[in-house]
Write a protein of this length. Structure first.
Lengths: 552, 384
């Protein structure tokens, strides 16, 4: 999903020996962070395991929305920020301007900013010196009982789960019997190592160090990110606070085209989850699509990554429904329902309040495009918060906006409004009541549950009409007129029809033509099989995503 | 020779035979048949090969219908025709009341050839008239003139009982008026039978290439439909029965041979590219002239494709073919022929299309309605 901005925190998790002033040796442990908003939770996790943050800004691109967001996260965690301007070797670098932006956007002073080029090595020694001088050495008592923070993990087919830890107190040794405090499971450390930056085995990790261990843990679900590792025989009595589990923000249905592939799909999804516990799925049934799964993702990029892995790892033909965010419904009876699927919306009469997730979204963009972006935001039901100028030509624009209006294509729209120069970042604020309705689609008078969406009442008519237009293009002509309708409850708000086929008959059918015809029928029947039949109407897979493309 | 009574039923053992003569003066723009152009020096050899292939029957086969098609059988000289018909009738013995059709091109038929045909028992001539409008004949690259048709009809009529005329509609730029005129001029010649074929752009033909390059523009669906409907209306009004998607006949003048195909019954096939259907096995002879000559003359099999359908596939195919007929599919006959119950195969689909007004069902037969005929292919596909 577009380019990734340079991350504000650098490099692979790495331990590195550095010769400091006076020949003293320092060990720096580094954690790299991802640059996309879908994976912001990883940034937070990493920050909690650090004493300082290197805030990298690209000298040619300038400050980005993520730069600001992550700088604030670092400040909230009380980390020392070392601001760095990278890529000063590039001819199009504009160091002074960008440093001015950094002063405005994140409140660093120009004098603190280090100018480096990772490519030519310029300023790298100064950077190391600054890290050693400015960032405090890790606290922690090697003599205290073992307390280590699990900040990440991954699954290795040969070695099982690899756990990434930051040791806060005590020491972690090879062969040690450890306890994962949350599940109270005990394991023996089989292998231990540091990132230098390649994984390198060692025998001990002590307070302040970052590294990894393996302990014959079979599935990633047994390891909770944010959990505390302690010594089984001499446990700490104060586990670390840990992290909030990242919650899926976007859901969509995934169905095998052939119902018989259901089990195979389940296996593929389970395999994906082995390495990615933030991806969730559970079986669901759709009238139109049969048996499938409702899948939860951190965001659209995450969804795309999962989809690509699925396509790569299995040969299954899949139909995917349009994604939706998770809504909340307060019922008349006072219950709160989490709605991760439009099907779960109760009857209008039972709804006391319909709520949607709201995010605070920050755009960093050329000042010249502010007008266009504001227009876009107001179309997306955004509530204006503030504008801040970083320079006469660059500004930060802050809005509060329903997440549903953000996830599908706002990023692409921002890029097009700003000719590629704008960036955005958002954080979840909470649920707010809104005038929401479920928009249903009836194909030949039959509701197709997989085509339902939740929309704001004010936009429902427009969305309904566009959706039907799009469906009309996707569905082939039939032998009868196909009626398409959009409805809210029992009220029809839009209607389209697909004219029936008028003439479709081959003139000749004699001896030699018969085999050829039979093969043609077989081929066409195979094509039909890849469609989903709803009532008498064949709906191609693309149609289920039509809902997505109705927002231009 | 076997007698009719000890033979297996007509859907397994043929009472019909097709014989192919591939030679043509030149290739018409829409033609994708198995033909040979500029190979006239191989005609005699071809007759040898055909005779050899016929001889593989071992003993003469009694048949009720013979169809000599092409290509252009009448492209052969009278002497060559005489030789060909002599061989054909030696191995395929016509039973009393037989039908023997020969396809003829209005430009290549003359009185001598008609005498040869008649003297060998030909009962029916199918004339490729196509159109009476010179610019449409040109677009089709037919090499006869409109007046050749009436001349040919006249000489055939002197000797041979039944005449069928082929017409093509849906030619680029053809108007409804021109089509009406073609129909009326054809009727004016007093045929027993008329076939109206909607022009199809077969892949690889010159016409198909021209359409691809944008040099000709195919008629739209609505226009084609209007022409097709006008053909049906005009011919029915003249007393012709619309007995198959593209075929019309005066009472008692249907093509018995072609009805074998639409009943999905068995037939022999001889000659280059010929198809045959025997004992549930479909076979196709090679479409290469050289290959056919070599193999047939060496006494080898000329079959290049062969497939045996499962009973269910055969039943479904029967359904698809029989639906093209006016009488459609007779439930009792269908069960006798295929061993399957029609409603078990397609009951719900039939009911749905009856409801849509595309099929008729009188309990005994399921058949296409007028609107059903217009979309027969799409409909059949859905029944399968
Ligand atoms: N000219 C120049 N290019 C650089 C310099 N530093 C990094 N690059 C290039 O910038 C690109 C991005 O570098 P990455 O290290 O992948 O950036 P990142 O922020 O980690 O990106 P994500 O992993 O996607 O978050 C690569 O093509 C690097 O070669 C530099 O100092 N000068
Ligand atoms: S005369 Fe018939 S077989 Fe010969 S080229 Fe023309 S259409 Fe084809």
């Amino acid at each position: 999903m577009g380019e990734k901005p340079p991350s504000p925190l650098p490099l692979s998790p790495g331990g590195r020996g550095v010769g400091g002033e006076g020949g003293q040796c320092y060990e720096l442990n580094l954690i790299d962070t991802p640059g996309h908003v879908d994976f912001n939770y990883e940034v937070s996790r990493s920050l909690a395991a650090c004493e300082g943050a290197i805030l990298l800004v690209d000298a040619s691109q300038g400050v980005q929305a993520q730069t600001v967001a992550n700088a604030y996260l670092a400040m909230e965690n009380d980390l020392t920020i070392v601001p760095v301007l990278n890529k000063i070797d590039m001819p199009i670098a504009r160091p002074d301007e960008v440093i001015a932006e950094m002063e405005h956007a994140v409140g660093v002073s120009a004098a603190e900013v280090l100018r480096v080029s990772a490519k030519s090595g310029l300023g790298i020694d100064e950077l190391f010196k600054a890290i050693i001088e400015r960032i405090p050495p890790p606290p922690g008592d090697p003599m205290a009982p073992l307390t280590a923070l699990v900040y990440n993990s991954h699954f290795d087919t040969f070695k099982g789960v690899v756990v990434y830890v930051r040791v806060m107190d005590g020491v972690l040794r090879k062969g040690q019997r450890i306890r994962l405090m949350r599940g109270a499971t005990e394991h023996e450390v089989a292998e231990l190592g540091q990132f230098r930056p390649a994984p390198t085995a060692c025998n001990v990790l002590s307070a302040g160090q970052v590294g990894y261990f393996m302990a014959q843990i079979k599935t990633i679900a047994d390891v909770h990110i944010g959990d505390t590792v302690t010594d089984a025989a001499n446990p700490t009595d104060t586990p670390l606070t840990g992290y909030k589990e990242p919650k899926p923000m976007v859901y969509s249905g995934l169905y095998p085209v052939e119902n018989k592939d259901f089990e195979e799909l389940r296996e593929s999804l389970a395999k994906l989850r082995l390495n990615d516990s933030s991806f969730v799925f559970q079986p669901e049934v759709s009238e139109g699509l049969g048996f499938g799964f409702r899948c939860g993702f951190l965001g659209m990029l995450h969804r795309e990554i999962i989809q690509q892995r699925l396509e790569r790892d299995s040969e299954l033909e899949l139909v995917q429904t349009a994604p939706n965010v998770t809504y909340e419904v307060l019922t008349r009876k006072g219950e709160i329902l989490a709605i991760d699927n439009p099907q779960k919306v109760p009857e209008a009469g039972q709804i006391e309040e319909f709520r949607e997730p709201i995010v605070r979204i920050s755009f960093l963009l050329p000042a010249a495009n502010i007008g266009d972006l504001m227009q876009l935001c107001s179309e997306r039901r955004g509530i204006y918060v503030r504008t801040e100028y970083l320079s006469p030509t660059r500004a930060i624009l802050v809005y509060e906006m329903p997440l549903a209006e953000v996830i599908y294509d706002l990023y692409d729209k921002l890029k097009s409004v700003t000719h590629g120069y704008g960036t955005m970042d958002y954080e979840f604020l909470g649920y707010r009541p809104a005038d929401l309705v479920r928009l249903d689609v009836l194909v030949h008078h039959k509701r197709v549950d997989a085509l339902s969406t939740i929309v704001h009442r004010a936009t429902a008519d427009r969305r309904g009409r566009r959706l039907l237009k799009k469906l009309r293009e996707e569905i082939d002509r039939h032998l009868f007129e196909v009626i398409l309708q959009a409805a809210i409850g029992s009220r029809i708000i839009a209607r389209e029809s697909i004219a029936p086929m008028k003439k479709n008959v081959t003139a000749k059918c004699y001896g030699g033509d018969i085999t050829r015809k039979r093969k043609l029928w077989a081929k066409q029947a195979a094509g039909k099989k890849r469609m989903k039949q709803v009532g008498q109407v064949d709906i191609p897979q693309e149609a289920f995503l039509a809902v997505l493309e109705t927002d231009q | 020779m076997r007698s009719s009574s000890d033979r297996p039923p007509a859907w397994l053992w043929p009472r019909a035979a097709y014989v192919h003569v591939p030679f043509c003066a030149h290739r018409c723009s829409y033609c994708d048949f198995a033909i040979a152009v500029g190979q006239d020096h191989l005609i005699e050899l071809y007759l040898d090969a055909l005779s050899a292939e016929l001889a593989t029957l071992g003993t003469p086969e009694p048949v009720q219908t013979i169809f000599l098609g092409g290509g252009t059988p009448t492209y052969l000289s009278a002497a060559q025709l005489a030789r060909l018909l002599g061989d054909v009738t030696r191995w395929l013995s016509a039973e009393p009341g037989h039908e023997f059709t020969v396809e003829a091109n209005p430009g290549t038929l003359d009185a001598d050839k008609v005498v040869v045909l008649a003297s060998h028992g030909v009962t029916r001539v199918s004339l490729g008239a196509q159109s009476f409008h010179p610019h449409l004949l040109r677009a089709l690259e037919r090499d006869h003139a409109p007046q050749d048709v009436s001349r040919a009809v006249e000489i055939v009529r002197k000797r041979i009982g039944q005449i069928s005329l082929d017409l093509i509609f849906g030619v680029p730029e053809q108007t409804e008026g021109e089509w009406q005129d073609d129909l009326e001029r054809a009727l004016g010649l007093g045929p027993d039978h008329v076939s109206t074929y909607g022009l199809t752009y077969e892949k690889g033909t010159p016409l198909w290439k021209r359409r691809g390059r944008g040099e000709v523009v195919a008629l739209g669906e609505e226009q084609e439909l209007a022409l097709y409907a006008r053909g049906i209306d005009t011919l029915e009004a003249a007393g012709f029965e619309h007995y198959e998607i593209s075929n019309f006949a005066l009472p008692g003048r249907r093509s018995r041979h072609n009805q074998v195909y639409w009943a999905n019954e068995a037939y022999f096939g001889f000659g280059m590219g010929a198809a045959r259907y025997l004992n549930g096995r479909r076979e196709l002879n090679t479409r290469s002239l050289k290959g056919y000559l070599q193999r047939a003359l060496a006494g080898e099999s000329t079959t290049f494709q062969s497939e045996e359908l499962s009973p269910e596939e055969r039943a479904r195919e029967t359904m698809a073919l029989q639906l093209r007929r006016k009488e459609g599919i007779g439930r009792a006959a269908f069960r006798a022929q295929t061993g399957y119950d029609l409603d078990a195969l397609a009951g719900p689909a039939i009911a749905r299309h009856v409801e849509l007004g595309l099929l008729g069902d009188d309990g005994g037969h399921v058949f296409l309605t007028r609107r059903g005929k217009y979309v027969a292919d799409a409909l059949i596909e859905r029944l399968l």
